[in-house]
Design a protein around this ligand. Structure first.
Ligand code: UTP
Ligand code: MG
Length: 687
């Protein structure tokens, strides 16, 4: 059955970019007339055997990947204290291609994941990694980048624990039948090379294709794979407050024996045939968790508007409604992996399925079927030989290149240091101007206080010095008051009797003193306030003087914001320069390492020759010693050592028989070789 969206009438000019879908619509491609025959599947099988062996992971690749993982783990756990890094994805599940990425998960709860990823992205950029991209809009935000040396792509996500579990699920499936891995990697390779395996580009993720492939093997009449999920709640994990049932049967518990004996070639061609002729999404949902294709109704995942058919008619529609080509995430079964698809992505997928099917039916080579469609988005094969380009180049040329690189580095280093010092000057200027601005503000604040305070001072002064007050100190009035009071209140027996007139005078003086006392107290208060304000005024004036002294005469240079902008501009210029400097240094390091290696190699070769020379000298020496033995000449301890290291006396015997036939008269001497022999001739004693 055609895909549902192909069954409606629409203007074919709208699908020019998808020639196979167009041919199908125009009747130029008749699927009912294409039937795979044994020759096709056999041909494909032969091709796939070659392909699968090409995807074997070499020691070297493994070493490189482990090196990168180890380095990143160290850097990340150092930066985020208390964090842990785990690996997941296809290299863990065993369903990897040689150019697969490294999937890392950082377990860290110290900060918000997006903030952590931002920091990681900055760090990677500074480290000179290629294509660092922060993807925060995805369900699981990640940082993507390419290791600058090996060109291996890396994804880092935060607290992505569920992925660690679903990786284990894929690993379980791949362990059930030996055809699963070659089958899945063939589908993944095809999807990747044909540009339909990138969720960020509106097509299925590699993970989604893996599930689609597994579900195909589960839904065959003769199943190749069973359902391994227990779904009995016996093993659950809680992530972000949600419980997931991750229980899986072991192979023993499953006791599954397949009756399907198809070759991988047959399975792969069957996969394309089923997608081409029996588009599963017309009414189905890919559900590895159920071990079969569920109906949309069963899953309750009926397509939402706008449908694909609407989008064909209306080019304005770019995003589709939910459940366009539903693929259930096995553990997170509310998650539909087709949520990322866009209209073009779906047409690309359909077109590629039709193309692959037709090409298989024409016995086309696997290389052509999986020919890279969009080189710019297809990951390169890892670069494992760091010196590949240098191997076929004369070392003199490499030395020359190195010299040029050093010259370039010098230029860049000059530009960097020039900009750095300019930037530091700009920052200093900005700080100085900023301080000036602060001081000016303070000064104007102080100045604005002076005038009202002066008015207040004047007011207080005039109150204090007001008309009838000739300021008499309070203590004087207090003393006088006390004196008069005492005269007036002391009993007459103790003092001279006062005349009435005198007493009256004293009373009136006493009242006057009292009123003066009140007045004087007020005056004292005004006076004190006056003095206080005067002090404040004095202090402000002095402070203003200080400020004026501190302010630098740089107003004419402009505003501090101008210098902030300049510092920012210089920083922007510095970043690419620093990257270039880093790359140059790295390249210099590489060339130097190569030349060092070459020198070492040459020396070794040299010493190898030396070794052979030594061997030659040694051989000559052995021969000399042997002839000494044979001839009965005296010889030293060293000669004895040489002889023992080279076959001992028996060898002398052999060489003697070979070379000195008939000269048996020295035989006895040959056997009496001792340290004491020789000039002293004590042979017989030491035998
Ligand atoms: P990848 O897309 O890198 O897939 O996702 P992969 O299986 O490693 O395949 P290649 O070889 O790199 O192309 C890595 C892992 O992330 C989880 C899966 O566990 C997958 O194995 N993942 C990915 C999800 O859980 N959900 C997704 O939507 C995508
Ligand atoms: Mg991966």
């Amino acid at each position: 059955m055609l895909a549902d969206f192909e069954q409606i009438d629409f203007d074919v000019s709208k699908i020019e970019s998808w020639p196979y879908v167009k041919a199908l619509k125009l009747g130029n491609l008749d699927l009912s007339k294409i039937n795979l025959i044994a020759e096709n599947t056999k041909h494909l099988e032969t091709e796939l055997v070659k392909f699968v062996s090409s995807q074997k992971v070499s020691e070297n690749l493994l070493k490189r990947r482990n090196g990168i993982t180890k380095h990143l783990t160290k850097v990340l756990t150092n930066k985020f204290r208390g964090s842990k890094v785990s690996t997941f994805g296809s290299f863990q599940s065993g369903l990897n291609l040689t150019n697969g990425d490294i999937d890392l998960c950082l377990q860290f709860n110290g900060e918000k994941p997006k903030k952590v990823l931002k920091k990681i992205a900055r760090m990677l950029n500074e480290d000179g990694m290629d294509n660092v991209k922060l993807i925060t809009t995805a369900k699981v935000p990640i940082v993507k980048f390419i290791d600058s040396q090996s060109k291996i792509p890396v994804d880092i996500s935060i607290n992505n624990s569920l992925a660690v579990h679903n990786t284990e699920l894929l690993r379980r499936y791949s362990s059930i039948d030996s055809r699963v891995k070659p089958f899945i990697i063939s589908i993944k390779y095809w999807a990747r090379n044909r540009g339909i395996s990138d969720a960020s580009m509106g097509t299925f993720s590699s993970y989604a294709w893996t599930l689609i492939a597994i579900n195909y093997l589960q839904s065959l009449e003769n199943k190749v794979l069973p359902n391994v999920l227990k779904k009995d709640g016996s093993q659950t994990v809680e992530i972000d407050g949600i419980k997931y049932d991750i229980g899986m049967y072991s192979n023993n518990e499953l006791d599954f024996v397949t009756q399907n004996h198809s070759t991988t070639g047959e399975l792969v061609s069957g996969f394309f045939e089923s997608l081409a002729k029996d588009w599963p999404w017309n009414n189905g949902v890919i559900s590895v968790g159920s071990g079969k294709i569920l109906t949309r109704k069963e899953k309750n995942w009926v397509a939402n508007k706008p449908y694909i058919s609407d989008a064909i008619q209306d080019s304005q529609i770019k995003r589709l409604g939910k459940f366009s080509l539903p693929v259930e995430d096995p553990f997170d079964n509310k998650h539909d992996l087709s949520r990322v698809l866009d209209v073009e992505g779906i047409f690309e997928i359909r077109d590629e399925v039709l193309r692959a099917y037709q090409l298989i039916s024409e016995n086309t080579d696997w290389d052509t079927i999986t020919e890279i469609k969009y080189p710019e988005i297809t990951p390169n094969e890892p670069k494992l030989d760091l010196f590949e380009d240098l191997r076929n180049q004369e070392d003199d040329k490499t030395r020359q290149d190195l010299k040029i690189l050093y010259e370039q580095l010098k230029v860049i280093e000059n530009s960097v240091s020039l900009r750095e010092s300019e930037r530091s000057d700009a920052i200093k200027m900005s700080k100085a101007l900023r301080r000036n601005a602060e001081l000016a503000k303070e000064q104007s604040g102080l100045s604005s206080e002076l005038r009202p305070r002066r008015t207040k001072i004047d007011e207080l002064q005039s109150k204090r010095d007001s008309s009838n007050n000739h300021y008499i100190p309070v203590h004087f009035i207090e003393e006088e008051l006390s004196r008069v009071y005492s005269i007036l209140t002391t009993e007459a027996t103790n003092r001279v009797e006062l005349s009435l007139e005198k007493e009256k005078q004293l009373f009136s003086w006493f009242f006057e003193l009292q009123s003066m006392y009140e007045h004087s107290k007020m005056t004292r208060k005004y006076h004190r306030e006056f003095v206080k304000l005067l002090e404040q005024q004095q202090h402000s004036i002095e402070h203003i003087k200080d400020i004026r002294q501190e302010m630098i005469e740089i107003q004419s240079f402009g505003k501090f914001t101008d210098f902030d902008d300049l510092a920012m501009k210089l920083l922007k210029e510095l970043n690419p320069l620093k990257r270039e400097r880093r790359n140059l240094r790295r390249e210099i390091g590489r060339l130097e390492a190569w030349l060092r290696k070459q020198t070492h190699f040459n020396n070794n070769n040299h010493s190898k020759h030396k070794g052979s020379r030594k061997k030659f000298v040694n051989n000559r020496k052995v021969d000399d010693v042997k002839s000494k033995v044979v001839s009965g000449d005296s010889f030293s301890l060293q000669d004895l050592e040489v002889l023992l290291k080279n076959g001992g006396l028996s060898s002398v015997n052999q060489s003697k028989t070979k070379t000195r036939k008939g000269k048996n008269k020295h035989k006895k001497n040959n056997y009496s070789v001792t340290p004491q022999r020789g000039k002293r001739g004590k042979s017989s004693k030491n035998q």
